[in-house]
Design a protein around this ligand. Structure first.
Ligand code: ADP
Ligand code: VHF
Length: 274
């Protein structure tokens, strides 16, 4: 049994949430970052085109500042993001270098992708990096993003950002790594009877009702924002897999078409498992 629609993908966007990058005690999960660097470099070497969307800036910043929860002040959160983003990218670059892989930082705000010229520039940058076999590491530019009435610069969260990056780069597959095995009939952290969906072919009200908020202290959005990202993916008739990022090498199995996590793909994507 396999997901045949996955076996032919070439360009992939991998989104890693805060819950996979920051340990429950607030420290940076170095093992996860090392495994992400190893896995994505291996895939790049095998001929896949890889873009990473990584959260964790605020979580890493709070760790450096010795804070154990998100401050309520926006200025403090933005300061934490500025501190954490540079720390995070330093660790990523170091681990990618260990595997002889060049990585690059791309920080985006919503307005940049809303205006045609700056949007085209982002697309060109991503294409250029990928064609040079460099792995872009994308995050929201949290330390400057704001929501103003006439000037929206925030994506909302990195689930939305990753769906937008998948669209900008015309990726064949978005892989979202979180702290949960996939999309369940209810939040498994509060309902032990919740069951995992293997495949979702459309977003409907009943799915939206079963999606709850964030599971980790520093993450945002929870499952409802993953469903919004999935809607974006469906709109392009593309595919997304939501899986557990506890062991990022799970991506190898996902790309082999194994039944891991939840596949979001419309009926037009054939699959031998159906
Ligand atoms: N229907 C559901 N299926 C799976 N997880 C759910 C569901 N509803 C809510 N959740 C919660 O969403 C959390 C993952 O979201 P989030 O904390 O934002 O992760 P990330 O940091 O990876 O983006 C899970 O830990 C879980 O508690
Ligand atoms: N841009 C923020 C990420 C916010 C966010 O969406 O977090 P998550 O729900 O863990 O993907 C950061 O780097 O801290």
């Amino acid at each position: 049994m396999s997901r045949t629609s996955i076996e032919s993908v070439k360009r992939i966007v991998v989104k890693v949430g805060t819950s996979s990058l920051i340990l429950p005690n607030g420290k940076i999960n170095l093992r996860a970052i090392d495994q992400i660097a190893f896995t994505l470099t291996s895939l790049n070497n095998q001929g896949y085109e890889v873009i990473l969307v990584s959260s964790g800036a605020i979580g890493a910043g709070l760790n450096l500042l010795g804070l154990n929860k998100r401050p309520s002040s926006i200025a403090k959160q933005q300061a934490a993001a500025a501190i954490g983003q540079s720390e995070l990218i330093k660790i990523y670059n170091q681990r990618f270098q260990h595997y002889h892989q060049i990585s690059a930082q791309v920080l985006l705000t919503r307005d940049v992708v809303d205006y045609p010229e700056s949007r085209a520039n982002v697309i060109n940058t991503l294409y250029e990096l990928v064609s040079m076999k460099v792995i872009p590491i994308v995050n929201e530019n949290d330390s400057v993003a704001v929501d103003e009435l006439d000037h929206l610069t925030k994506f909302g969260d990195n689930d939305q950002l990753s769906a937008i990056v998948a669209s900008l780069s015309d990726a064949d597959l978005l892989i979202m790594l979180s702290d949960i095995d996939g999309f369940f009939s209810d939040n498994p952290q509060t309902n032990p009877d919740a069951v995992l969906y293997n495949r979702i072919t459309e977003i409907n009200q009943s799915l939206e009702n079963s999606a709850d908020g964030a599971g980790s202290r520093f993450g945002t959005g929870g499952m409802s924002s993953k469903l919004k990202a999935a809607e974006h993916v469906f709109h392009r008739d593309s595919q997304m897999v939501l899986a557990n990022g506890k062991n990022p090498s799970i991506i190898f199995d996902i790309l082999e078409g194994k039944k891991i996590g939840t596949l979001f793909a419309s009926d037009t994507h054939s699959s031998k498992e159906d």
